[in-house]
Each structure stands twice: as structure tokens, then as C-alpha cells.
Design a protein around this ligand. Sequence first.
Ligand code: VGL
Ligand code: ZN
Length: 212
Amino acid sequence: MTPGHADLLLVVDVQVDFMAGGALPVPDGDAVVAPINALQTKFGQVALTQDWHPPGHVSFAAHHPGRAPFERVRLPYGDQTLWPSHCVRGTPGAAFAPGLDTGFADLVVRKGTHFTVDSYSAFLEADRTTRTGLAGALRERGVTRLTLCGLATDFCVLWSALDARDAGFAVVVVEDAVRGIDAPSPAGGSVAEAWARMAAAGVHRVRMAEID
Ligand code: VGL
Ligand code: ZN
């Protein structure tokens, strides 16, 4: 594929807390930084997302007495996986990963900012009602195709890809510029399940070498 004027690269949650040694490390997460820096030079438009939670956020296990990270609870909007406290707004863990080139992007989207609602998606929060405004911003810029990279394949990349399809964008995910958490799931792990769901939604899976 050759990125043109209607293409935008969306770099999802490449943040300190998702790197090795962070609060919620994604296995091999550090490995996305170099390919993403290379990808950014190929796109005329780049946007970055940041998971950006208030202290004591509802997605943190610490918010639920007696509950542990990676357990699931029922919240008013549906099932919620509980996480270690991570990406607390304005803290070092919420910063972009060291080494990520942040100079190409002219748009930064922060999500998960509301105390009682999580948001894996860069478009639509977990209540499936509250919008971040990203779809409108992209439309105003004439973007019709999004290329996604970053973390995590099976959470924020997955949900952002599906919501981007729902919002009418063509969506591409770069398989060697994403990494997943890979929680156990009936379908053989949440990364395999994520790729299947994305394929079913018409998301194109490409490798770095296929992008000019
Ligand atoms: C993410 C779990 C919790 C992600 C964010 O960026 O994929 N995963 N918050
Ligand atoms: Zn989060």
C-alpha cells in the first residue's frame, strides 16, 4: 500500500506503563517503537493516542475492594476487566514511551479520561455512547483510511479498529507494529480472537514490508 493524502497513521497507546517495567507491560511491547518510528516517516498525517485515566479509575482493581487485576466485574455499562493501576493522567507512566518519535503527530487523543467509564477505543468509550470526537476530526481532515499500530492488539488496537470501521473508515493494521496482552480466551487467546474479529469486520492486516 502507498499512503496518500487521505491516509492517517494512528499510533495507539505507546506509553511507558505498557513497556517492560511499566505498570501493565504488554509482552514484547517495546518492540513496536522502532517500526512505528519508521512508519511515521511514510504518512503525511499522524495522530497519537494516550490512555489517560484519573487516579482511582473504575478500570483499576484497586478501585474494587477484594478484587485483583485481570478479574472481571459487572459495571452499569457491561463487563469490565480490572487492571493494575496504569496510565494515570500526567504521571510518568502515562507519558509516551522513550524513543517514540512524537514530532510527526499533530493530533493527540486522550481516552479513558472519565472516572466511571473505561475506553479501549480511541473513538467510543465503553458505555458505547460517549464519543472522543476523533471520527469528526478525521473527517474534517479528509481522512478516509486509517492505519493502526501500537498497543495492545487485543484491547485498544482491536476496539479502535472495529469502531473506525463502524464510523465508515477503511482500516489497516500493521501486524509487526502491534503487540498484544493475550489473555486466555475460549477462542485460543485474545490476540487470535482479536485478529479474527478484525478480519470479520473488514480490517486489512498488512506487514511493514507492504507499505511503501
Ligand atoms: C489498554 C488495557 C487497559 C490498551 C489500556 O492500551 O490496550 N489495555 N487500558
Ligand atoms: Zn487503560
